[in-house]
Design a protein around this ligand. Structure first.
Ligand code: MGP
Length: 210
């Protein structure tokens, strides 16, 4: 015996339900693997370093990432002394956070001339490496990234959680350098935050290079 044919009103209900499902599938946002927080630092010398750090906003979808990115100033338009930091939700963008305390950073130092040509592109690529979890199994080691806009030369860095995790650090360094298109002959260095925080001269020794 075949199933009874639903009455017209039943068919309409089915169609409405189907339309709702299609709408949800078509228009729902695309989730990121992590929730991220964007921070801004403005150098006000009358305040402590930590007091100058402000949380801008958090996001966890592709769409909200682009909405935020398109809403804020490009790094090259910021005043010298300002930073952006993008960190996984729950990690503060400072050496003192328990997930940064034993960590370090892959540091990209830019010449003054690179501000025009490279700064914004390098920072966007860095953000995409983070939100896109570009470092395979080692993406878990990533805490965040920081851009320092400085008159003496801008800096961009990816912060990782443990300066003893050699495999993770070397993999992240290799992929990062490749994604930025840094030429092979240009060497980038990884330094522990402990060394950076206690440095006496102008440079911190590299624990790893790529
Ligand atoms: P900076 O902003 O990272 O680099 O550190 P900048 O301005 O290029 O200076 P340089 O010393 O690298 O040439 C500047 C100063 O900000 C540091 O010397 C610290 O006093 C302070 N600072 C920076 N960071 C990332 C931290 C941090 O995580 N915690 C605290 N407490 N102070 C920090």
């Amino acid at each position: 015996m075949s199933a009874p044919i639903p009455a017209n009103s039943e068919m309409e209900k089915c169609e409405t339900k189907l339309e709702k499902i299609v709408n949800v599938l078509q228009y729902s946002k695309h989730p990121l693997q992590n929730r991220w927080a964007l921070w801004f630092f403005k150098n006000d010398k009358s305040k402590t370093w930590q007091a100058n750090l402000r949380l801008i906003s958090k996001f966890d979808t592709v769409e909200d990432f682009w909405a935020l990115y398109n809403h804020i100033q490009l790094s090259s338009n910021l005043m010298s002394g300002c930073d952006y930091s993008l960190f996984k939700d729950g990690i503060e963008p400072m050496w003192e956070d328990k997930l940064n305390r034993r960590g370090g950073r892959w540091l990209i130092t830019l010449s003054k001339q690179q501000r025009r040509a490279d700064l914004d592109l390098f920072w966007l690529e860095t953000l995409l490496c983070l939100v896109g979890e570009a470092f395979d199994d080692h993406s878990d080691d990533v805490c965040g990234a920081v851009i320092n806009v400085r008159a003496k030369g801008d800096k961009i860095a990816i912060w990782t959680r443990d300066y003893e995790n050699k495999d993770a650090i070397t993999h992240i360094g290799r992929v990062y350098k490749d994604r930025l298109g840094v030429p092979q002959k240009v060497i980038i260095g990884y330094q522990s935050h402990a060394d950076t925080a206690t440095k006496s001269g102008s440079s911190t020794k590299n624990k790893f290079v790529a």
